[in-house]
Design a binder for this molecule. Structure first.
Ligand SMILES: [Zn+2]
Length: 263
């Protein structure tokens, strides 16, 4: 941890500091507790929420944004991962209730611009945005950060990453290398992250969707080959991702909540 508390990070600051601030935007990262192939920690999604939340808030604050980063929610929806030990499920309705309570707290404290920074594909908040629309004065924004750089993904990575693949492993190597398990020769303890196809072409081609039973889809919970991951790729990916989201936070912080917001 840096020596001085970071004024945008609620978990580090005290009432004395909060009293002096007028925050415009709150960022709430949402993670999960689940296996990530054989090499990444169960907290991977929460760690990603922490680190991406910190990087975008630090960059936005430096550019004048009045943003506060809330502690990351460490659990997410894992109904389809129950075939794996200690995948800790919170149902979508429970998660929605938790986020609704936190949104109400923020509104009570006068923060109406709220960004849900989601790290986990099993967390689905769009329905909640629709349900809360018109029922709360809060303006809710949902960011699945892993989708932000789809257009430039191929500039950094060779393999697609659904879960614990090249992108997530590269982030781990860049930001929490001590938690990425490797063999003596330096190779990852992971398998190849191969996934099975269903018996239905319509499902395999995405015309029809299901919630995928993860123990049937994968061998060791990984979906996507992680072996080409490097710390350098993780850093490059963050260099693409962070400015995009930091710019959004700066704009959001400065935006007046007038009648035509956000248009
Ligand atoms: Zn993950």
């Amino acid at each position: 941890m840096e020596s001085a508390p970071r004024p945008w990070k609620l978990a580090e600051i005290n009432y004395g500091l909060v009293k002096q601030q007028r925050y415009e935007v709150a960022v709430l990262p949402l993670g999960a507790t689940e296996p990530h192939n054989l090499h990444l920690p169960y907290a991977t999604d929460a760690l990603e929420g922490d680190l991406i939340g910190e990087k975008i808030c630090a960059a936005a604050w430096q550019q004048g944004a009045k943003v506060v980063l809330l502690p990351t929610v460490p659990y997410g929806t894992q109904t389809n991962q129950q075939g794996f030990p200690l995948a800790m499920n919170v149902n979508p309705s429970t998660l929605a209730a938790l986020v609704t309570d936190l949104v109400q707290s923020l509104v009570h404290h006068g923060i109406l611009k709220i960004v849900l920074l989601n790290s986990h594909g099993g967390n689905d908040f769009k329905a909640l945005l629709r349900e809360l629309y018109g029922r709360t004065p809060a303006k809710l924004f949902l960011c699945n950060w892993y989708q932000v750089c789809r257009d430039v993904y191929g500039q950094v990575f060779q393999q697609p990453d659904d879960h614990a693949g090249e992108m997530e492993t590269s982030l781990g190597l860049a930001c929490f290398p001590e938690l990425v398990a490797r063999r003596e020769d330096g190779s990852l303890t992971a398998d190849e992250g191969r996934t099975a196809a269903t018996r239905f072409e319509a499902v395999n081609r995405g015309w029809v969707s299901i919630t995928r039973p993860w123990h049937l889809l994968t061998t060791n919970s990984g979906a996507g080959n992680p072996h080409a991951a490097t710390a350098e790729k993780g850093a490059r990916f963050l260099d693409l991702l962070v400015p995009r989201l930091a710019t959004f936070l700066v704009e959001l912080s400065a935006a007046p909540l007038d009648e035509r917001f956000p248009y």
